[in-house]
Design a protein around this ligand. Sequence first.
Ligand SMILES: Nc1ncnc2c1ncn2[C@@H]1O[C@H](COP(=O)(O)OP(=O)(O)OP(=O)(O)O)[C@@H](O)[C@H]1O
Ligand SMILES: [Mg+2]
Length: 390
Amino acid sequence: MAARTTTGHALDVAALLTDPATRIVVCCGAGGVGKTTTAAAMGLWAAEHGRRVVVLTIDPARRLAQSLGLTELDNTPRPVEGAGAGGGSLDAMMLDMKRTFDEVVEQHATPEKAAQILANPFYQAVSSSFAGTQEYMAMEKLGQLRAEADRTGRWDLVVVDTPPSRSALDFLDAPKRLGSFLDGRFIRLMTAPAKAGGRAGFKVFSVGVTMVTSTMSKLLGGQLLQDVQTFVAALDTMFGGFRERADQTYALLKNSETAFVVVAAPERDALREASYFAGRLDEEHMPLAGLVVNRIQRVAAPSLRASRALAAADQLADAEGPDRSATSAETEGLLRLHAALAETAERQERQVSRFTAGHPGIPLVEVPAAAQDIHDLTGLRAVAASLTGG
Ligand SMILES: Nc1ncnc2c1ncn2[C@@H]1O[C@H](COP(=O)(O)OP(=O)(O)OP(=O)(O)O)[C@@H](O)[C@H]1O
Ligand SMILES: [Mg+2]
């Protein structure tokens, strides 16, 4: 059953996924809207239609992870059992943010320096908790997978899920944010004593720095400060590498081989957020394929409007008084239930229509809300069927 909106034009997910020119699909959206589900469903469908796919998931729900064979967090794509009938193949992996950060350090620093950074307690804290690290590392991993696809020919499509950010924009902003963290004045100040050590001309500056560092020493404790300084000094030498990498991956996102799919819930705030994001992609010249409106409420009898169902229920309640038949009470109950669902469906329809009116150029596709969470391949196939109109 094609779950497409009648207004606006339909996002043809099937065409997008079978087009050999599509090499990267990025699923973005606000937290909890269905990014991971959509990414996995698209990956599975593409694999069952001849593509050789790797799906990068981020924090998938446990049961879904199990169905995809993702029991180990080891940053390695593995074949998904039971997927890929139809000539293609499906590999899936879960992003291990810390491990990815370590890999970046290992690639950019000499073995000796890398070991020094990795052992630094401050690095250990920062690499797993700095805001934006997960987004940055997702992007880094995407770059790695894309390069591996070229090198080995193992995949011809990379589908990426994005982290559970508050806003979809966080994904695009992460490299810049990490850059400004590494570039920041605070960091400069921290590294200054190490660099300026012994040079007379820096005396005045050094006094300032010493004051700052001694205050920090009191706050943080001498050993920790030392750790911070060595960490930052070491990281600083890698900064060029980081920046270059981020720039490369960012460029990849602007490539015509990439398609962004924005996932949103059929609610006002979510659609407004999706519209900001679409605008931002446009500014950045990043190719937006379209919008997936996920978890649309479907009703059994769409032609019976909420208002009519409610009026009929009221009539039943009024007409027969307190000692009416059980059937009548049941009918009234059903009508009220229908009215509530239909009201939700009508509200969602209005929100989607409003979005379409404001963005007639953005194709969209609707996916109905399933009765249960999507936690296995069967569930993913059902989502994919809605996505592709199959
Ligand atoms: N169409 C649907 N019908 C029913 N349940 C759904 C549907 N889409 C997603 N879900 C469920 O909603 C929950 C959230 O979905 P998902 O994990 O894909 O969202 P997400 O955007 O990746 O979330 P996060 O931002 O936390 O990463 C999951 O339990 C999933 O099974
Ligand atoms: Mg997710």
